[in-house]
Each structure stands twice: as C-alpha cells, then as structure tokens.
Design a protein around this ligand. Structure first.
Ligand SMILES: NC(=O)c1ccc[n+]([C@@H]2O[C@H](COP(=O)([O-])OP(=O)(O)OC[C@H]3O[C@@H](n4cnc5c(N)ncnc54)[C@H](OP(=O)(O)O)[C@@H]3O)[C@@H](O)[C@H]2O)c1
Length: 296
C-alpha cells in the first residue's frame, strides 16, 4: 500500500510517498481504508528529531484518520466492514495514519455532518480537547481562557466548551480574531498585557504561547504543549506512557454535536498524500488556523 513515510529524521523534504506493508488489526482494533488523515505538531516534532529518535525507521506519521472499515480485529463488536468511522491509532506506535490503510485502536461512527476531510482530522484533537476540559472541570458557567484558540486543538476546544455551557475567551493573533469569534469565543490578542484584556478566569487551557502568563489569570491552568511547566500548572499528554489517559468519549461527543450543527472542524489546509512535505511545513509555521489534513 502507499504511505507517507520518512527513512531519516530531519526536515519536511524527507517525507515521501512509498510502498509499505499493509497493517492488520490486533485484538480490539479495526482497519480502515483511509479517506483522510491528520497532521499534528507532534508529527512534525517527531520527524524533525527534536523529540529524540523515538520510532523505528522507516516511519509513517499521523495519529488519526477517517475511512471505511475493511478489517475487524478479534473481539471487536458493534462495527462492520463498510462502516464509515473516524478514530485514533494505537498511540504506542506514534503514527501509521497517513497511509492507504490504517489500524485504529479507538473510533466512533463518522457523522454525516462532517466531510471526510473534517472527520479525518477530528479524532485526536477532539480527544485532547475533551481530556483537557474534563481535567479543568469545565462545565456550565465556567469562564475558560484558551491560549492558542485558532489552532487545531483550540478550534475544537472552543466549541466543546461552549456546548458545556462555558464562556470562552480565546487568544489569537490580530488577523485571527474574527475566526475565533466565529467559533463562539470572545477573542483577545495574545502578548503583553494579556491579563488586562482577559480579566480573571476560572480555568485556562494552554495550547500555545507562554504558559507562565496564564498562571496569574486563571484559578486552574492545564498545558498540553509545555513539557516542563511551571509550578501550579497541570500537564497532560496524549502519548505519555506515565500518565496515559484518553477521553475517548470526546469522539462521540463531537460526532453528536456535529449532528446537531454545533460542532465543525475548521480546515487550515487539505493536501494530497504526496504533498505531505507542504502539509508539515504549514504546521511548522505555528500559524495554521484549524486542522491540517491529508487526503488519499
Ligand atoms: N498533550 C496532548 O495530548 C496534545 C495533543 C494535541 C496537540 N498537543 C500540542 O498542543 C499544541 C497545540 O496543538 P495544535 O494542533 O492546536 O497546534 P497548531 O494548530 O499548530 O496551533 C497553531 C495556532 O497557534 C496560534 N498561536 C501561535 N502563537 C501563539 C501565541 N503566542 N499565543 C496564542 N496562540 C498562538 C496560531 O494563531 P495565530 O496565527 O493567530 O497566531 C495558530 O492558529 C502543540 O504544541 C501540540 O503539539 C498536545
């Protein structure tokens, strides 16, 4: 099968489409014929070598995808070949989704309201945003600040928090204020003087910028982006084996809200699999607005 892959750690140019062996699902897993799959900052960090050489080479990046089920692993019930789903790979592999076929360890039915491109980039960020909102105890009446509201996680976190009855303030650059407002948050520009613009909030989700800036503003602060957070800041990482925890109800929550017209996946860029290098370069700008997706 075709897959986006790299055979050495380094710049995005090292990505190329090549032939790799087809994967098959283990117990509790399914395989899909991929229609679209996501690109995350973790994929680019891993490929660059910045996270160390944590995966065997060649490596196929991508942790989430949407497609049509074509193989079912032992013990799996409730899903059949031909079903349309979106989901997350086994995160111990740290990849495998940017390919013609991918094995999913967690999934939900693809809602008709999301296109293949949107569903392909939805699962990992819906899980992450939901895990963060759960840990921050975001609910009815919570005032939540999202730092990095225009990114892949932030755009979904805004909508999921609003659906819980929270008031959301989102930081973004001057050119991205309307985009963030359109998703249901009150936009504020990040940078110096942030506390004066936001006032005090109950909770803050840190996706971008300096997490220390959020500590004087929020009662509770959670980072998903800073691996060495200052005191008083909780951290949560999807693929961290020491704190391994996933909020998989985020997939079904997002799908249900999408069906009611209350959730969408804004797309920052859609690229054919062959243009994987361009997709990674867009992610590496740090200014993608929404989710970056590869289509098969
Ligand atoms: N812990 C986990 O489980 C987990 C899971 C997923 C992602 N992550 C991490 O979470 C972070 C966010 O992921 P993502 O996919 O949302 O990233 P992303 O899509 O690449 O985020 C890009 C966004 O960041 C905004 N931004 C850049 N600098 C900013 C600043 N100083 N203050 C506020 N916003 C700023 C940009 O808005 P403007 O263009 O308007 O500046 C842009 O929209 C990444 O570090 C990623 O690795 C962690």
């Amino acid at each position: 099968m075709r897959a986006l892959r790299y055979t050495d750690f380094g710049p995005a140019d090292l990505l190329e489409v090549g032939e790799v062996a087809e994967p098959h699902p283990g117990a509790g897993q399914i395989r899909i014929a991929v229609r679209a799959s996501g690109v995350t900052p973790a994929d680019t960090a891993l490929r660059s070598g910045r996270l160390g050489h944590r995966v065997p080479l060649p490596h196929v990046p991508g942790v989430d995808a949407a497609g049509v089920v074509d193989e079912i692993g032992e013990g799996v019930t409730g899903v059949r070949p031909g079903d349309e789903v979106f989901g997350i790979v086994d995160l111990r592999q740290l990849g495998g989704a940017n390919a013609d076929h991918a094995v999913l360890a967690a999934w939900a039915p693809k809602p008709a309201a999301l296109s293949w491109e949107q569903a392909g980039g939805a699962a990992a960020n819906a899980e992450t945003a939901t895990r963060a909102l759960d840990l921050l105890q975001v609910g009815e009446g919570t005032t939540l600040l999202i730092a990095g509201a225009a990114g892949g996680v932030g755009t979904l976190a805004i909508q999921l928090a609003v659906a819980r009855g929270a008031q959301v303030i989102g930081t973004a650059g001057p050119a991205t204020q309307d985009f963030v407002a359109g998703l249901g948050a009150t936009p504020v520009v990040y940078g110096e003087g942030l506390a004066e613009r936001t006032g005090k909030v109950d909770a803050a989700l840190h996706c971008a910028g300096a997490v220390a800036d959020l500590v004087p503003i929020a009662g509770r602060v959670l980072t998903i982006a800073d691996m060495s957070p200052p005191e008083g800041v909780q951290a949560s990482f999807m693929a961290d084996p020491t704190t391994f925890r996933q909020a998989l109800h985020g997939l079904t929550d997002a799908a249900e809200l999408a069906g009611k017209g209350l959730f969408t996946v804004p797309l920052a860029g859609v690229f054919p699999l062959e243009e994987g290098p361009a997709a990674h370069r867009l992610s590496e700008t740090g200014h993608a607005h929404g989710k970056i997706v590869l289509v098969n």
